[in-house]
Design a protein around this ligand. Structure first.
Ligand SMILES: [Zn+2]
Length: 511
């Protein structure tokens, strides 16, 4: 009877922090005690660990068992510590040599039959563990592909407690478990491919999507139901380039913590598209939860697109809460247990019907909404939120001529994405040495110094500023979009053409 020690990882937000797990098996009244802020899930770990051990034919020590997880100040939640707890107890009870479990990190939930189940947040956990240098991590087989994304980490996939314990007992020179020996991995499911070529007509909205994609801008689409606003928004990610490695790891870590990683496709290399419904809870959209703070839709859309259909229907406090991530690229969720910050840098696409009765345009005779009602409806989108929108487009029904037109020459997502990539490369080159990669990220102060267009080019904005139709924040938006239009036009700096076009996009143009 002795003390044994091993390691696991706790995920706080999207950051993995090392947790030491210690078991003391000794004389005293038989029973098990957990020390170190255990929540309900952790207390349940006792029962899972005991059943898993017994059902894997390892005797449960008939002794006093103390399991301690520290640092005690770190909130430790969830079931990912099961495996480390089992290792520490089995080692303290003399089943596994202590030196075999001292260095590796163990992550995994135990089933009552001894099976090792996948857990959330494996990628951020292993990134956290890798801070200790070259490390070995033992993970559930179903998480092994996700774990292998982190370089210089030895990943040992396991599917059953018995398999793991027998390997640890055999000694160092024995071949370690491999994925092929483990339970069958789930198959990935690819969503239906969408393409910009599916959209009929809508030349202005298509152009707006291209500009948004090139500069990382926010878009507002106004139009009656059935005009294809959702269809347009869904195609925005198809115009974006693949995520660069550092961004892909960020996005994957967030989805891992949310338990939303697509199976068998561990690395999310494409920008995500997230479209929460207006009835979703504030926690689902912004982030939250009672015991465990989970990222919300704004973080799941990190480095991708957040689409709010029927935006005026969203609760006011949810729309207001979007302002923080839109400004800072991060969202802070405060709970009694403390606050957690998640990354949340997304392109926002809002869609709205012109009035609450949501009548299609050709049935406008049945719409009885007065101008006041219409104004009040759209007024739910607050000024401060709309100030953070770079472009507005009114989407109208495609004409009969557009519907009947020969579509073989319609541009595909691939064609537009090539132009977007060239424009993004232009912007990235200009922004070399700064933390920003797109025009949308350039801070306001620099727009008026290093990135100020010529006086000539600024001229179209003067009268709008004088008449009050353009706010100071709106001016910044227009200048950013003008830079993107210049990038798309292969120009070194925006000229009057670009600022004029950017201004009309900001004021709102009709498709
Ligand atoms: Zn109406």
């Amino acid at each position: 009877m002795a003390v044994a020690r091993t390691r696991s990882v706790a995920v706080i937000g999207v950051t993995g922090r090392t947790v030491e797990v210690e078991a003391d098996v000794g004389n005293g009244l038989a029973g098990i005690h957990l020390i170190g802020l255990p929540d309900t899930a952790l207390s349940e770990a006792r029962d899972r660990v005991r059943s898993a051990m017994v059902n894997s034919t390892y005797p449960w020590p008939d002794a006093r068992i103390i399991v301690s997880l520290f640092p005690a100040s770190l909130p430790k939640r969830g079931s990912q510590f099961d495996l480390a707890i089992a290792m520490a107890i089995l080692s303290a009870a003399g089943v596994i040599p202590a030196e075999r479990i001292a260095e590796p990190f163990f992550l995994g939930e135990l089933g009552l039959d001894g099976r090792i189940r996948p857990v959330r947040g494996v990628l951020p956990s292993i990134i956290g563990a890798a801070k200790h240098g070259d490390v070995t991590v033992v993970v559930p087989a179903a998480n092994s592909a996700e774990a292998a994304l982190v370089p210089n980490v030895k990943v040992i996939p396991v599917s059953h407690l018995r398999q793991l314990v027998e390997w640890l007992r055999r000694g160092d020179d024995e071949p370690e478990p491999r994925v092929e020996e483990c339970a069958e991995l789930p198959k990935s499911t690819d969503g239906p491919a969408v393409d910009l070529a599916d959209v009929v007509g809508q030349p202005v909205a298509r152009r707006a999507l291209e500009v948004c994609a090139a500069g990382g801008h926010n878009l507002w689409m106004l139009g009656p139901p059935g005009t294809g606003k959702t269809m347009l928004a869904e195609r925005l990610p198809t115009l974006l380039p693949d995520l660069e490695l550092d961004h892909a790891l960020e996005v994957t870590a967030i989805h891992s913590v949310a338990g939303a990683l697509p199976p068998n496709a561990p690395m999310m290399s494409r920008p995500p598209f997230v479209s929460p419904h207006h009835t979703a809870t504030s926690a689902a959209i912004i982030g939250g939860g009672s015991a465990i703070v989970r990222p919300g839709a704004v973080s799941l859309a990190h480095r991708g697109v957040l689409f709010l259909d029927e935006a005026p229907e969203f609760p006011r406090h949810v729309l207001d809460a979007l302002r923080q991530p839109l400004e800072s690229g991060r969202v802070t969720v405060s709970r009694s247990a403390g606050s957690v910050t998640f990354p949340a840098r997304f392109m926002l696409v809002l869609a709205a019907n012109p009035c609450p009765c949501a009548q299609a345009e050709d049935q406008s005779e049945t719409c009885k909404c007065t101008p006041t009602i219409k104004r009040r409806y759209l007024g739910r989108l607050s000024g401060p939120l709309l100030d953070r929108i770079d472009m507005k487009v009114t989407v109208v029904r495609s004409s009969r001529r557009e519907l009947l037109a020969d579509r073989q020459f319609v541009e595909t997502s691939k064609t537009v994405a090539e132009r977007v990539l060239l424009a993004r490369e232009r912007a990235a080159k200009r922004l070399t040495g700064t933390p920003w990669r797109t025009n949308a990220e350039i801070p306001s102060s620099l727009l008026h110094s290093d990135y100020r267009p010529s006086n000539e080019a600024m001229k179209p904005m003067t009268s709008c500023l004088d008449s009050g139709t353009l706010t100071a924040r709106g001016l910044d938006r227009v200048v950013r979009v003008a830079w993107t239009l210049a990038d798309l036009a292969d120009k070194d700096t925006p000229e009057e053409d670009e600022t004029n076009a950017a201004l009309s996009f900001w004021l709102g143009v009709k498709s």
